[in-house]
Design a protein. Structure first.
Length: 257
């Protein structure tokens, strides 16, 4: 629900009237990873900032509005501008969106979930801001990648996040084994995600493809009530019932010996 507030000037306009310096910025604001109260995953200062911004760049406007509704906003949601970062958006359009920062405006960048610009198309917005000489301000919040790595017990000094493995079953198995070989040579934790409805198939492929002494971590629904993070050897996983992963966001991490 929007917080009640008297009519007031916002953003660059408010700072200009108050005689404050016109220091604009692109704010990188993390979004929740699932159904959990915002005070659990976003510091109060970041929530306050997110609630007062009047312009956002988001991969999906609908989820951005849901995020803003959850944290509460100074002005009505319908008065907040949300630029949608689709695949069709080019560099010129991004530059136009960011142009008000030069005049002191503050713009928020949000992801679908977690930290913007980390395994996320928002990286091209951040890159554009740097090329334009603008201030980029990252805010503390949840990253499923780092939280899963922290909780896995696997090597946190050397790791690689690969995103998605190939969809084709044979290619997927081949790629998983290649990453396993790289992990063994470099003592590097391998990390990947899967479309939630294919999690069970990915888990089965991991067990069938990896060596028995490779340590595999399954990190499901991080920060939510369904959070479940367990690390076992592949051999031990094969002795246990398969975890419930269907339609739940999950990361898979493994480290070969």
């Amino acid at each position: 629900m929007n917080s009640p507030a008297a009519p007031q000037a916002h953003g660059a306009e408010a700072r200009q009237r108050a005689g404050a310096p016109m220091n604009g910025a692109l704010h990188l604001i993390p979004v929740g990873l699932g159904d959990a109260p915002p005070e659990r995953w976003l510091p109060a200062e970041a929530r306050a900032l997110a609630g007062r911004l009047d312009t956002y760049i988001a991969e999906n406007a609908k989820t951005a509005r849901a995020f803003l509704k959850l944290i509460g906003t100074v002005r009505p949601l319908q008065e907040i501008t949300i630029h949608t970062l689709s695949d069709k958006v080019d560099a010129a359009q991004i530059k136009a969106w960011l142009a008000p920062i030069k005049a002191g405006a503050e713009i928020g960048l949000v992801s679908e979930a977690g930290c913007p610009a980390v395994a996320d198309p928002g990286a091209k917005v951040v890159d554009a801001a740097h090329k334009l000489g603008m201030t980029v301000k990252p805010w503390v919040g949840p990253s499923s990648i780092l939280l899963a790595l922290m909780a896995s017990g696997l090597d946190g000094q050397r790791f690689a996040f690969h995103g998605y493995a190939p969809v084709d079953a044979a290619e997927r198995a081949k790629q998983l084994r290649a990453w396993e070989q790289h992990s063994a040579r470099h003592n590097q934790t391998q990390m990947l995600i899967e479309t939630p409805y294919r999690n069970a198939a990915m888990f089965a492929t991991l067990l069938a493809s990896l060596k028995g002494d490779t340590r595999l971590c399954v990190a499901r629904s991080v920060t939510t009530a369904d959070e479940w993070i367990v690390t076992r050897s592949v051999s031990d996983w094969k002795q246990q019932p398969a975890p419930q992963l269907d339609k739940l966001p999950t990361l898979f991490l493994y480290l070969a010996r």
